[in-house]
Ligand binder design. Structure first.
Ligand code: BGC
Length: 772
């Protein structure tokens, strides 16, 4: 039976079109103003801020711009000496505006007490923390969640995180991380949504909505922070903190869209980044902070520096000393100083000597106070620190169920020769590998307050899923090469220990089917964890070969925080499942997919390279003047490996199959006020019900600046019963075709376009249209 359902997707942010354009002139599509952050501004609050500013000394103003990491056990006795004592005294004196890493209702309450019961003006502290993919209930790492292509699920996960964190007295998360990442060597690729600006924008907005809810003053919402502004993911050679040198074209068209989306969704704060762009550290960049964010986008919240990034301008060679760094950062629009102590040390003197206009300080303080007012902290500074609510709201069955659901949706089936899904009645199953019974790595890096070793391991998930008669064998096989556990830890623990191989081989031989869990340790990705080799580390490759030798029926379950070079594994095994680091419910979610209780629908948010030397690798690249392929060598390629990725962006299989019709366009031509419908019929041509992410891409054939060969412009998740077909319709308007042109404007340029529809960025069907 053929059921037809039409679904309209508006393929991008709704952007108001400007005045109708003449025949061939660009069509102005100004980017919308920041609707959300405007909500921070209301006349009554601004009056209260005026009154406060009028009472504040210069030192107290600077204090509001000063943020420390929890320097002492706030619930213990006052520290006796050193930096800790100074911080403690500064809080009491009203010289600290914010703290990070104070956790728990009791600790935040105590720290708040220090500020509001001792400081002259009783201005409450704002407590920040890295709530990146969960607070106590841990969700999949953001890269994994992006693989769900499900903004509603991502919003729900941020909502749960906010509910738990807010009850523990956290007011503000340093998330979402919205950096576009095209280089899997970069360890922080795990924290973002991958390589695509459109998918990244959808995820950014969803997370902001989830963290902030409808009202920042609600007790279960926290302020969001879009980071790292900007282009931190473009570090040369994927090496963290490294130099970035990108054009304004790439900045505007690739890097900034997710930040813009976060601002439009109302993100109350932004964080700048450690890197420079073209010689200017972003912390000192007026162009980014004042011109674009606060100017063009009308952002009304505040910008926090990244950890010590104001001070690092000295080491960049941009500032002669800390005082100059403070002056440059303040002038450029960095409002709050995280841990460089540059503002508290120098800003008052800079104002007194006339080097910094006090108006800049006032403006920065106003922005910080705005967010504190919006959170309701002036009504009751303790309102979020609620031990009873903390207990009741944390790690609840509902939160864990949401984490399991998000985890299942994040799993990407990369290969399946028919071995999956497994039968729960299987006689025997061997669960092998260093990650097979690992209860810690699935929590990933940046795991909030998730307790160590608290995830459901794969082995536990399998045992809970199989029939009582199934024999489950387990062998660790090899140890993982572990990443540094914390920022102070030595780089990497290496291992070549093969003593576990015989037991692994024996288990593989004895079982009907093998699950081999390999990949990365949780701390091999994340900040400071860039790697030049993104293959399987330690003896994992050898283990894999030994196991497959013993039993061909091997399902490889990958756990990792970045795309890995696993082409040889993919070739050798009948099934390969990408599970990222899935969080608290990892093992259950993986078992749901392996045993067919959940039909996988995840799609890759980042290309998987064949070789590390292909990096940076991304589907939305430019054509170049020699795109090829051509006979001979004089085209843009490698002579030793194809240009293609192992798995392209948007790729992911299901236990069923989907077929796509040729796309039909409602019109071959649109004008400045027009719109175009692209309709494709998607049919479930397999035997099982399943969900498909239908993807829409566009190519602008000629531009005033060159345009990518494909750009994602829309996607939709549909569920189809076996044999069922559905028409999926996308609407394209000129606003969706707009980009930052050679004229330095956000506008669409008339001309010929191609449109592509398919289940990933490679396997698509195409049609053409013209924008008049
Ligand atoms: C990271 C930020 C983080 C901050 C506070 C920095 O090292 O770059 O992403 O929010 O620390 O923990």
């Amino acid at each position: 039976m053929r059921s037809v359902n039409s679904v309209i997707v508006v393929a991008s942010l709704v952007i108001c079109l400007g005045v109708a354009a003449t025949a061939q002139s660009p069509i102005s599509a100004p980017q919308s103003r920041d609707a959300g952050a405007q909500a921070l501004v209301n006349p009554a609050t601004e009056k209260k801020i005026d009154a406060l500013l009028a009472q504040m000394t210069l030192e107290e103003k600077v204090g509001q711009l000063n943020q420390y990491s929890s320097p002492f056990d706030v619930t213990g006795p006052a520290p006796g000496q050193g930096a800790r004592k100074i911080a403690y005294e500064q809080i009491r004196a009203g010289l600290v505006g914010s703290m990070l890493n104070v956790n728990g209702a009791e600790a935040t309450r105590k720290a708040q007490q220090l500020a509001v019961e001792n400081s002259r003006l009783r201005i409450p502290l704002i407590f920040g923390h890295d709530v990146i993919h969960g607070y106590k209930t841990i969700f999949p790492i953001p890269l994994g969640e992006a693989a769900s292509w499900d903004p509603a699920a991502v919003e729900r996960s941020a909502r749960v995180a906010a509910t738990e964190a807010s009850a523990a007295g956290i007011h503000w998360t340093f998330g979402p991380m919205v950096d576009i990442a095209r280089d899997a060597r970069w360890g922080r690729i795990m924290e973002g949504s991958g390589e695509d600006p459109f998918l990244g924008s959808q995820m950014a907005a969803a997370r902001v909505r989830g963290f902030q809810g409808k009202d920042l003053a609600a007790l279960d919402t926290i302020a969001a922070c879009a980071k790292h502004y900007a282009a931190y993911g473009f570090a040369e050679a994927g090496r963290d903190y490294n130099t970035v040198d990108i054009s304004e074209n790439t900045l505007r068209n690739v890097v900034l869209p997710p930040f813009k989306a976060a601002a439009d969704a109302g993100a109350a704060t932004f964080m700048n980044s450690f890197n420079e762009i073209g010689g200017i550290p972003t912390t000192g960049s007026s162009h980014l902070q004042r011109d674009i964010l606060k100017g063009e986008w009308g952002f009304k919240g505040f910008i926090v520096s990244d950890w010590g990034s104001i001070g690092e301008m000295v080491r960049h060679g941009y500032s002669a000393d800390m005082a100059e760094a403070a002056r440059q950062a303040m002038t450029a629009g960095s409002d709050m100083d995280m841990e460089a102590r540059a503002y508290i040390g120098h800003l008052a003197a800079l104002v007194k000597s006339g080097k910094v206009d006090v108006k800049l300080v006032d403006e920065a303080v106003r922005r910080v106070l705005r967010v504190k007012f919006a959170l309701g902290l002036f009504d009751d500074p303790y309102r979020y620190s609620d031990a009873a609510r903390e207990k009741a709201a944390t790690l609840t069955p509902a939160n864990l169920a949401a984490a399991r659901d998000a985890a299942r949706k994040s799993i990407v089936l990369l290969k399946n020769d028919g071995v999956l899904p497994l039968d729960k009645q299987v006689r025997s199953i061997a669960v092998i590998g260093p990650l097979a019974d690992d209860k810690d790595s699935p929590l990933g890096n940046w795991r909030g307050q998730g307790a160590a070793n608290s995830a459901v391991s794969l082995l536990e998930g399998v045992k809970a899923a199989v029939s009582p008669g199934t024999k489950v064998l387990y062998a660790e096989g090899a140890k993982l090469v572990t990443g540094p556990r914390n920022f102070g830890a030595p780089s990497v623990f290496n291992t070549t220990d093969r003593s576990g191989f015989p037991a692994a081989v024996e288990a593989a031989r004895a079982a009907d089917v093998v699950l081999l869990a390999i990949g990365e340790d949780a701390f091999q990705t994340g900040e400071g964890r860039s790697q030049a080799d993104i293959g399987l580390k330690g003896p994992q490759d050898e283990l894999f070969r030994a196991v497959i030798e013993a039993n061909k029926k091997v399902v490889v379950v990958l756990m990792n925080g970045r795309p890995l070079t696993i082409g040889h594994v993919a070739e050798a095994v009948p099934a390969l499942v990408e599970t990222w680091f899935l969080g608290s419910e990892s093992g259950h979610a993986i078992a749901d997919v392996l045993f067919g209780d959940y039909n996988p629908s995840g799609k890759l948010p980042a290309s998987f390279p064949r070789l590390v030397g292909q990096l940076p690798l991304y589907y939305n690249h430019k054509s170049t003047g020699r795109p090829g392929p051509e006979p001979g060598v004089t085209w843009s390629h490698y002579t030793d490996v194809s240009n293609d990725p192992l798995y392209p962006f948007g790729f992911g299989l299901s236990y069923t199959t989907f077929t796509y019709s040729e796309p039909k366009l409602s019109t071959p031509e649109i004008d400045a006020n027009g719109q175009l419908q692209v309709t494709v019929t998607v049919t479930n041509s397999g035997q099982r019900a399943g969900a498909e992410i239908v993807q829409l891409y566009v190519r602008d054939l000629v531009g005033s600046v060159t345009r990518p060969v494909k750009e994602l412009k829309g996607f939709q998740r549909i569920e189809l019963a076996p044999g069922q077909a559905r028409d999926v319709t996308f609407t394209i308007t000129p606003a969706d075709l707009a980009f930052y042109t050679a004229r330095g404007r956000w506008e669409a340029e008339p001309g010929a376009f191609k449109v592509f529809v398919g289940g990933n960025s490679r396997d698509v069907k195409e049609a053409s249209f013209t924008l008049r």
